[in-house]
Design a protein around this ligand. Structure first.
Ligand SMILES: Nc1ncnc2c1ncn2[C@@H]1O[C@H](COP(=O)(O)OP(=O)(O)OP(=O)(O)O)[C@@H](O)[C@H]1O
Ligand SMILES: [Mg+2]
Length: 387
């Protein structure tokens, strides 16, 4: 037995998806990239790394993987550059091409000393050059898999990286090279949509599809592999999994609660297990509610108006300021304290970002951090009268 948590693989799904990504159909926008969205903690990264990547490789592609969330303090632009740089390491032919490109005319395999730090945004060897060299040298289609891609638009370097990728894509998808596909995953459709909606964005028109959630076959596997002192019935666990928002961890943590209960009565197990999953889901919601309830009146008003207006949200327009006031009144704020002005709203936006309730793109566009926050506000009736 190993102590690494086992993974349920979805090779067929991965293969189908890989083929769709690699194919260049007539009039298809797949060349612009593909966006895959699914809620938090539903297994996106696991699938991308463990199933999709190997499937793309099996189809002959060279995969470059960049996780923009692995280190939240690193600039997303740098993370993308580093991932591309890492894919060059050890490929002497590529490095030779790049060295020549950088004007080092006399390099040959014997005395190769090309510093990869020279590759990147604003460096003497651009990301496009690097990807072109990699494509030409390997003869492979390159797939850049960017996890939590929405972070790219939170920094200027990230936006610059996206434009560099757009240039690289246009170059590599021309007939002289072997193609570049960009696959972005993320947990928030609204944020991902910002990457592709406006014409000045790098991925205009790229398809945004729902990331396939774990299905019934996962639950069969889970019940079989969980190794509890008693048996779980997939028929009962499957509806519970749906209720828990398709999040494997909730089932796993609930199971852990029973792992050492050797003399539990088998007839009460299904009921107890269900209660535990619900309790854990509720516990997560309560933590989030606690954060929401500790907001100041203006912070709460800004969050609620943003959640209620969704994509049309314009933080500082007169009509929106009026809505904040309405939100404060609805929350029972005494009339003399109902105030909303631009500096106050600016401060509230910063505080909400710090509390990880909202997210800001580099160009000042905002979105509520997670769908779940909007659902909670709605469930508690806090969005009524604000749409
Ligand atoms: N196929 C799978 N088999 C077993 N466990 C899985 C599988 N997919 C996901 N999990 C478990 O679910 C949890 C969340 O998975 P993962 O990090 O891949 O999700 P995510 O959607 O990328 O999450 P986030 O929104 O935080 O990025 C992890 O603990 C992981 O081990
Ligand atoms: Mg992830």
């Amino acid at each position: 037995m190993t102590n690494i948590a086992p993974i349920f693989h979805r090779p067929d799904l991965a293969k189908r998806l890989a083929c769709q990504i690699l194919v260049a159909g007539v009039g298809s926008a797949a060349g612009s990239g593909v966006f895959l969205a699914a809620p938090r903690r539903t297994g996106k990264s696991t699938f991308a790394r463990e199933d999709l990547r190997p499937a793309l490789e099996a189809e002959g592609a060279l995969v470059v993987y960049a996780d923009l969330w692995a280190n939240p303090t690193a600039d997303p632009g740098l993370v993308i550059s580093n991932a591309i740089r890492a894919s060059l390491v050890g490929n002497e032919g590529v490095i030779l091409r790049l060295a020549k490109r950088a004007g080092m005319s006399k390099v040959s395999f014997g005395n190769l000393s090309f510093d990869l730090d020279r590759v990147g945004l604003g460096k003497d060897v651009s990301l496009t050059d690097a990807l072109v060299a990699l494509s030409d040298e390997t003869g492979q289609m390159i797939v850049l898999l960017i996890d939590e891609a929405q972070h790219a638009i939170t920094s200027d370097a990230g936006i610059a990286a996206l434009f560099a990728l757009k240039a690289a894509r246009d170059e590599l998808n021309s007939s002289q090279h072997h193609g570049l596909r960009i696959v972005c995953t993320g947990s928030n459709r609204d944020k991902l949509a910002m990457l592709r909606n406006s014409k000045d964005q790098a991925f205009f028109g790229a398809p945004l599809v729902n990331f396939p959630l774990l299905g019934r076959d996962y639950i069969d596997w889970f019940c079989k592999e969980i190794r509890l002192p008693f048996q779980l019935d997939p028929e009962q666990v499957w509806p519970l999994f749906i209720e828990a928002g398709y999040r494997p961890e909730l089932l796993g943590s609930a199971a852990d609660q029973f792992r050492f209960e050797f003399d539990v009565d088998a007839t009460v197990v299904p009921q107890k297990f269900a209660e535990e999953v619900r309790r854990l889901a509720e516990e997560l919601n309560e933590v989030q509610r606690g954060v929401i309830h500790s907001l100041t009146p203006i912070q709460s008003a800004v969050l609620r108006v943003m959640a209620a207006t969704d994509q049309q949200y314009a933080p500082f327009e007169a009509a929106t300021l009026e809505k904040y006031r309405k939100a404060m009144q609805l929350a029972g704020q005494p009339p003399e304290e109902v105030k909303a002005d631009v500096p106050g709203v600016q401060q509230a936006l910063i505080a909400l970002q710090d509390k990880k309730l909202i997210w800001r793109a580099a160009r000042g566009v905002y979105a509520v951090e997670e769908r779940n926050i909007i659902d909670l506000l709605k469930a508690d009736g806090l969005l009524e009268g604000l749409a």
